[in-house]
Design a protein. Structure first.
Length: 300
């Protein structure tokens, strides 16, 4: 029981990727409108190798008096290469796709207060066979944002609080969301809370480092179920909670490259039947990973 509570706390604290990712709970200058990241397989697990690619593109905002509408589209690709000893080896669980869309409605109540609604519909599946209703999911967050200025200084603080209907570790439930975001000065900034946590230090205009937590989490429907021990498997759930460092180098004012080194503190990958019972647990080991990418940010 204690272990489950600890893992749930980590899922809530660290950054959510996959189903619940929207570039919302970050500082204004960290809001990349485009990025493309790739995580290769560098350490082999006992049962499989894993690699990932993810992309996000923010469209120009639409402003109507006090209301601003933000649209973001994205895609994630998860690939597994299994060892011959895996008893459930099947091409149906080699590749998973997440095609997602984020719609943020920001209504300015006053200069420093705003009301926000974030909707995140997505399709996540192995896309083997016909599309099904279970391939479509929607997450959402409703939150209030308050901005605090610092007199005679360039820094600022933001506090957001609300509630979200979010999918984590295969379970969709209502969770509180709260963030404290701050630009302390031109060098130091941080975000603490749910769903983002990071501390960033700007070495200069071109170089920055970031200490961060990362959650790589998805639960995908199998369009064509597989069978093991006379039991049908129709869902795959993968969760990896990691911590590490990120380095950013800005080649121009707005175009940069990223290298991220992480070490997972919790990993889980299992296959479930239609009643959400675990049929096969891969028991993956904690491991290191490296991600590389390119990003575009016009707000720096």
């Amino acid at each position: 029981m204690i272990k489950k509570i600890l893992i749930l706390s980590l899922l809530l604290i660290f950054k959510m990727n996959g189903q619940v990712n929207g570039e919302v709970f970050v500082l204004d200058e960290d809001r990349d409108i485009f990025y493309l990241y790739y995580t290769p397989s560098i350490i082999e697990d006992d049962l499989f190798e894993y690699q990932k690619a993810n992309m996000k593109l923010g469209l120009p905002p639409i402003k109507m008096n006090r209301l601003t509408i933000y649209n973001t589209i994205g895609a994630d690709y998860h690939h597994y290469k299994y060892q011959s000893s895996v008893p459930v080896f099947s091409k149906n669980i080699e590749q998973f796709y997440n095609i997602n869309y984020s719609l943020l409605l920001n209504y300015k109540i006053s200069k420093n207060w705003s009301f926000n609604v974030l909707a995140m519909p997505h399709i996540i599946s192995n896309l083997e066979g016909n599309m099904e209703a279970d391939d479509f999911n929607i997450n959402g967050i409703v939150f209030i944002e308050k901005k605090f200025g610092k007199k005679n200084a360039t820094g600022y603080y933001k506090l957001t609080f609300g509630a979200g209907y979010l999918t984590m570790a295969g379970k969709t439930r209502i969770n509180p969301t709260i963030n404290l975001m701050a630009k302390v000065n031109d060098k130091l900034s941080f975000v603490l809370g749910v769903p983002n946590t990071y501390i960033k230090y700007n070495l200069n205009d071109r170089h920055s480092i970031k200490l961060l937590g990362d959650l790589n989490d998805f639960s995908a429907n199998l369009n064509t179920p597989i069978h093991l021990r006379n039991t049908e498997i129709d869902r795959a759930i993968y969760t990896s909670v990691s911590a590490g460092l990120e380095y950013n180098y800005w080649m121009t004012n707005n175009l940069g490259i990223m290298v991220r080194a992480l070490y997972s503190v919790y990993d889980n990958y299992d296959l479930q039947d239609p009643n959400e019972n675990t049929v096969y647990d891969f028991n993956p080991k904690s491991k290191s990973s490296i991600a590389i990418g390119i990003k575009f940010n016009p707000f720096r």
